[in-house]
Ligand binder design. Structure first.
Ligand SMILES: [Zn+2]
Length: 318
């Protein structure tokens, strides 16, 4: 775990040219496209497009820099960082082969999509949105197949976009925030952990993240930081609270074409070979489902020397 923090710092220092300049511009640009979209929405077909735009907006700040998969961490005070030298090795334990874990977000709206994920030959984990129509059924079916289920917790974003029911917002009193979170955690079964849906605003707020981590610790759940902002405090709050945590390395489908998804997957393999492991987050888009059905049907270990493992196993390696 600490090694990850060290890595984040090292990459942040190495890659941190002027990390603050691009994000606000991108957000305001994306705001306009969202407004245009909201004018045209209203029918169900547009909802998927809207959701994609939200995700694109949330992920826009995380197009990887040429030299690194991980965005810089400009805001972390030195005091929050571990004491190991930044040159400490970050690869998996000696003799172990590289691994990737794949987590698919935004699950719960469609039973059919969810079942396609569960039918994949590798242990792909599901991050299920609270209060969605297929949440309970998919959680049950995933657990029956031995797949890991986590809560995909909606959190406020910096552009004021809708985050759906069960959302956590900046300025919520601690008791209310924790009550909403507990209600979400009780809304379907087999939840092992939590990751943030959107959240570019809320994850940057350390007090709110501390409140979230308090509940996760209470319930012995882990946390995955989707990293929708450079300024995220979530992993630091998790570390401070003693909550097991991981951070996303690669978004699989920021760009929804087979070629782009393939390139993102290859980047994840490179990260895994370099660092021992990588966490990939994708979404239940038709293109992503088709890609995973094709790519995971082969023997990744034989072809690439990288094994797909459950996200919980990745946590165990930290
Ligand atoms: Zn999401």
């Amino acid at each position: 775990m600490r090694q990850w923090l060290v890595l984040l710092l090292a990459l942040g220092l190495a890659a941190c040219g002027d990390p603050d300049t691009s994000a606000p511009e991108r957000e305001s640009v994306s705001d306009e496209t969202f407004d245009e979209a909201t004018e045209r929405r209203a029918d169900a077909a547009h909802m998927d497009e809207l959701r994609a735009r939200w995700i694109e907006l949330e992920h826009a700040q995380h197009q990887p820099a040429p030299a690194t998969e991980l965005p810089p961490e400009p805001d972390q005070p030195p005091v929050a960082l571990p004491s190991e030298p930044v040159s400490a090795p970050v690869s998996g334990m000696a003799g172990e082969y590289p691994v990737i874990a794949i987590l698919i977000d935004d699950v719960g709206h469609s039973l059919t999509q969810g079942r396609r994920l569960l039918a994949l030959p590798e242990p792909v984990s599901l991050a299920i949105l609270p209060h969605t129509q297929a949440a309970r059924t998919l959680a049950e079916e995933a657990a029956a197949r031995g797949r890991t289920v986590i809560l995909h917790q909606p959190m406020e974003n910096g552009a004021g976009l809708s985050i759906g029911p069960g959302g956590l917002y900046s300025g919520m009193p601690a008791a209310e925030l924790q009550q909403v979170l507990r209600t979400n955690l009780d809304s379907f079964g087999h939840i092992r952990g939590l990751n943030n849906h959107m959240g570019s605003r809320l994850t940057a707020e350390r007090p709110a993240m501390d409140q979230v981590m308090q509940v996760l610790r209470e319930r012995e759940l882990f946390f995955i930081d989707s990293r929708t902002t450079h300024h995220t405090q979530a992993a630091f709050a998790a570390e401070a609270a003693g909550v097991p945590h991981l951070s996303r390395n690669v978004f699989l489908d920021n760009e929804r074409s087979a070629e782009a998804i393939g390139r993102a997957f290859d980047r994840a393999l490179e990260v895994a070979r370099r660092e021992g492991q990588a966490l990939v987050i994708g979404h239940p888009y038709p293109q992503t489902l088709e890609f995973l059905e094709w790519r995971l049907s082969g023997d990744l270990m034989a072809e690439e020397g990288v094994e797909v493992v459950d996200v919980v196993e990745l946590l165990g390696r930290e």
